[in-house]
Ligand binder design. Structure first.
Ligand SMILES: Cc1cc2nc3c(=O)[nH]c(=O)nc-3n(C[C@H](O)[C@H](O)[C@H](O)COP(=O)(O)OP(=O)(O)OC[C@H]3O[C@@H](n4cnc5c(N)ncnc54)[C@H](O)[C@@H]3O)c2cc1C
Length: 540
């Protein structure tokens, strides 16, 4: 059977670990690890655990029933009814967002044809375990298929990439030459790992990125072969989680990164300094402000790494954790507002075209979506968070088959989790847009605390270390645009609760601006220009 736990929702009540200990177990007080593919003989215990979960965070195969028939006519326009009954929907990107959208379409009564296009040959699978349970050896990467919450009754085109989108003819073009006509298309092509920039070094045996099942399986195999040392390049979430795995496996590890502290871009330097302390306490050789200048091989195998601080390390494995590249190249020429920051869309997940006009038949969800967020001054926000992919996909699917007056906005407060060195790190909101931070509860020294982030006097985010149960409260403050700093009646930290600069990297991306500018007074001279393209040129 297949199981997945929504770890943003999980609050560590441990009911599941009590009722099905073979499948779920706690790490520390509140972090949960689970087996995504438990034996069928455990189904009864798993279902009991799912029913007992106080926050309903467990998802199991076939846990929702799709409507087999379209709802009675009369609630929407004949056009919408016809779309719902006999429409053609194509979903490009058959992973978390794509699958959740397909399930939502069926559960909302869509009875037309559904085609799922995915360039990976696998059924949709879950990526978070690839840097956690898979690397520590609890499960294999083949065990990570996502549960099907209902029968999506789709035609699956797996192992086939979409190569183009023709919006004149409403057609998705595939690499095998096929064309798929659609009434609605969902774009959920996500992100791929940014490779090591020097191709012949990237090809050395022992150099890995970590995004796919294949990456995870290869890396696990190398870690099991007792490498002399692992070099992790980059100290974002994936890099930090890999350092943690190496410590757990007893493999010597160096983390080299160009930023001043780990997690700098995601959580800022105040939290990053705490993360650096944790890494060093646990024996990680952390090199901040240090670039890897070259990787050196011997007989095609990685042997050494040269660092900008002058050191040469003997390493057998390098994990390149330099973030992602959005999978949008196939949309070049489609006329959509697409670029390195993703595909821009409105709050209802409808894609914008390059003239900033909203489309009505092209929708977007997941890591590839760059969405206007009412909660954050209608800034465009791109998130690479599991729960964002799920909620955005559900909103997109609902809106694809709903009349305009029934559409939903995607207003879920962003949320993220990570497990590092036994610490359950969770965040809500959008910390990177903050200018200030204040510890509001618990104690940093105990590694049990919450810090709130503020931007222009409003709460915009929060991060917890081993106090995740209280984060829902902060999500509420973010939704209400509560004043920042919080008043003394709302804080009970043992530490100094004063607000200090959050210390994020200087922003070089157009996160606060429009996607498109239109220039020219005379209509015949007007030109729509993608802002990110202009900025990218300026930054070169
Ligand atoms: C190692 C790892 C650990 C993670 N840990 C966490 C965590 O702890 N917490 C958390 O909140 N999030 C975590 N994430 C992030 C989370 O997994 C992603 O947010 C989520 O997978 C995004 O889903 P998606 O469907 O939008 O995109 P993806 O999962 O990237 O899927 C996109 C799919 O589209 C396919 N595709 C691309 N181009 C084309 C094309 N032209 N034609 C057809 N198919 C195409 C891709 O190959 C892929 O299969 C982690 C991610 C990774 C890689």
């Amino acid at each position: 059977m297949r199981v997945v736990v929504d770890l943003t929702r999980c609050q560590g009540y441990a009911q599941c670990a009590f009722l099905a200990p073979e499948v779920f177990h706690m790490v520390g007080d509140e972090a949960l690890m689970f087996d995504p593919a438990p034996d069928d003989s455990l189904r009864k215990q798993v279902l009991r655990a799912a029913a007992a979960c106080p926050v309903q965070a467990l998802q199991v195969d076939m846990s929702i029933s799709p409507r087999r028939e379209a709802p009675p006519a009369g609630t929407a326009s004949p056009k919408t009814e016809e779309l719902k009954r006999n429409g053609r929907i194509v979903i490009v990107g058959a992973s978390l967002a794509g699958l959740r959208a397909a399930e939502m379409l069926r559960s909302e009564g869509f009875t037309g044809t559904l085609t799922m296009v995915g360039d990976e040959p696998h059924d949709p699978y879950d990526r978070p375990p690839l840097s956690k349970q898979v690397q520590t050896g609890w499960v294999t990467s083949a065990d990570t298929a996502l549960p099907r919450r209902c029968d999506v009754d789709a035609e699956w085109r797996l192992g086939t990439a979409a190569t183009g989108l023709d919006r004149q003819r409403n057609v998705v073009q595939l690499a095998d030459g096929a064309e798929l006509e659609f009434d609605r298309v969902l774009i959920s092509t996500g992100v791929r790992a940014r490779p090591w920039p020097v191709a012949h070094e990237a090809e050395l045996d022992g150099v890995f990125t970590l995004r796919t099942r294949e990456d995870a399986a290869g890396l696990r195999e190398k870690l099991m072969a007792k490498p002399r040392r692992v070099l992790v390049i980059g100290a974002g979430f994936t890099g930090s989680e890999m350092a943690s795995v190496c410590v757990e496996l007893g493999v010597p590890v160096t983390v080299a990164q160009s930023g001043p502290v780990p997690l700098y871009g995601a959580l800022g330097a105040v939290i990053g300094r705490i993360s650096a302390e944790i890494m060093r306490e646990r024996g990680v050789d952390l090199r901040n402000d240090t670039r890897v200048t070259s990787l050196e091989g011997d007989g095609g195998r990685l042997r050494r790494a040269h660092l900008s601080d002058g050191t040469v390390l003997d390493v057998d494995v390098a994990v390149v954790a330099l973030g992602g590249i959005r999978n949008v190249e196939w949309l070049q020429g489609s006329g959509l507002a697409v670029g390195e920051w993703g595909l821009a869309c409105d709050t209802g997940c409808r894609a914008f075209d390059a003239n900033a006009l909203v489309t009505d038949d092209v929708f977007v969800a997941g890591d590839v979506a760059r969405q206007r967020q009412p909660m954050f001054n209608y800034q465009y926000v791109t998130l690479e968070h599991w729960s964002n992919s799920v909620t955005q996909a559900e909103v997109a699917a609902h809106n694809m088959i709903s009349a305009e007056s029934d559409r939903w906005p995607h207003l879920a407060v962003p949320a993220f989790w990570s497990l590092q060195f036994g610490n359950n790190i969770k965040s809500v909101g959008a910390p990177p847009i903050a200018d200030q931070i204040a510890v509001t509860q618990g104690s940093v020294a105990d590694r049990r605390f919450i810090a709130a982030y503020g931007y222009h006097g409003r709460v915009v985010g929060a991060v917890s270390f081993n106090l995740g149960r209280r984060l829902d409260y902060y999500a509420g403050l973010i939704e209400q645009a509560a004043p920042f700093p919080l008043g003394p009646e709302l804080t009970n930290s043992a530490d100094d609760p004063s607000a200090v600069p959050a210390e994020f990297p200087e922003r070089t991306f157009p996160g606060y601006d429009a996607t498109v500018v239109v220039t020219g007074q005379d209509p015949s001279e007007r030109r729509a220009t993608l802002v990110h393209a202009t900025l990218a040129r300026r930054n070169r």
